[in-house]
Design a protein around this ligand. Structure first.
Ligand code: FDA
Length: 309
């Protein structure tokens, strides 16, 4: 229910304009977003890498409305990859890209535009000796995003995929994606989806997550276990042992600002842990999704809105 309300709020342009005038340093925004500039993104990456963590940087933005904007976001990725290279961080830092940010939704040519732009980012990433992961968005885009991924993987097989456990189709997608060299991030799914396509009860999503996890961990690919859920992290560890996986043949992933102590605890045990770090001025939809997952933060957020100077 709350997730639905916040999803609606996330689409309100008026509220977005109001909220987006808050400085990014406002504490609730700063908790989840590393800053607005590439310099701030690189600085946050350095701090995490120094703490023995890996990073995936996300230049915030989605549902780009025209070709020029898609090109601007593509160049922002190329620039930040180059900054990371010059900072000596690309061995531990990759980037995450939303297909809708780089053109996917631009009409009949959208998919092709997105393929070209993602390829350009992959090329820059490869030159810098790092990788790209293609985020997954709402269910109506999944087929298109997987098609973009397949095309891009022809030349850049190192490109990561994302599967959202809450979708009924995801076990089948996991089977398709669990092959040698295939990097697959498994998350629960962050969008408000209808019952016709997705599990809506927490317990059902968790069970689906475990089924997907088994497929990925049993296969020859490289699973990326993206969750903050204590039980699922424990189950992933137990399954990794059961399937004879050693540290480094899979990784945990968590979002910037979420369970930082757990991120460090896992890393100190020799696990690979990657933190997804969003940065940029278009943080509003991302922040709304995080608030929908954590109603306890909503009060804090509303107070910071009312008291903003
Ligand atoms: P769940 O939401 O059940 O939370 C488990 C526990 O985590 C909570 O009990 C709490 O302790 C803690 N927690 C959860 N949310 C919190 C918050 N906002 N603040 C503080 N603590 C919180 N989704 C998607 O649709 N497409 C994508 O491409 C990605 N990519 C992605 C990358 C990475 C690295 C992660 C970790 C997640 C994503 N997601 C995503 C988001 C994902 O689908 C999901 O919405 C969130 O991770 C929350 O689900 P959890 O698995 O953490 O469980």
């Amino acid at each position: 229910m709350l997730r639905q309300v916040l999803s609606t709020v996330a689409e309100s342009r008026r509220l977005e304009r109001l909220v987006s005038t808050m400085p990014v340093s406002s504490s609730i925004v700063a908790r989840y977003v590393a800053g607005e500039t590439p310099d701030e993104a690189v600085q946050a990456s350095r701090q995490l890498v120094d703490a023995d963590l890996r990073v995936s940087l996300d230049h915030l933005g989605e549902h780009t409305g025209d070709r020029r904007q898609a090109e601007t976001i593509t160049q922002a990725y190329v620039t930040v990859v180059d900054r990371l290279r010059r900072a000596g961080l690309t061995w531990a830092t990759e980037v995450s890209v939303k297909a809708s940010a780089v053109g996917q939704t631009l009409g009949a040519d959208g998919e092709k535009i997105a393929v070209d732009n993602v390829r350009e980012i992959c090329q820059a990433a490869r030159q810098a000796k790092t990788t790209v992961t293609l985020d997954m968005e709402d269910h109506s885009t999944v087929d298109s995003t997987l098609s973009i991924l397949r095309t891009v993987r022809e030349d850049f097989p190192e490109t990561g995929a994302v599967v959202q456990a809450y979708l009924y189709r995801s076990e089948s997608d996991c089977h398709d994606l669990a092959y040698e060299g295939s990097r697959v991030r498994l998350c629960k799914g962050a969008y408000s989806e209808p019952e016709s396509v997705a599990y809506r009860r927490h317990a059902d999503v968790d069970r689906a997550y475990v089924r997907c996890l088994k497929i990925l961990l049993a296969g020859p690919g490289y699973p990326m276990v993206a969750t903050h859920d204590r039980r699922l992290v424990e189950i992933a560890g137990a399954l990794a042992t059961r399937y004879g996986r050693t540290a480094g043949t899979y990784e945990y992933q968590m979002l910037y600002g979420m369970r930082p102590a757990e991120q460090r605890r896992l890393a100190s045990m020799g696990e690979t842990v990657r933190v997804y770090v969003p940065y940029g001025s278009q943080w509003y939809p991302y922040l709304m999704r995080r608030l929908a997952e954590r109603p306890a933060n909503l009060g804090l957020f509303l107070r910071s809105l009312v008291t903003r100077s």
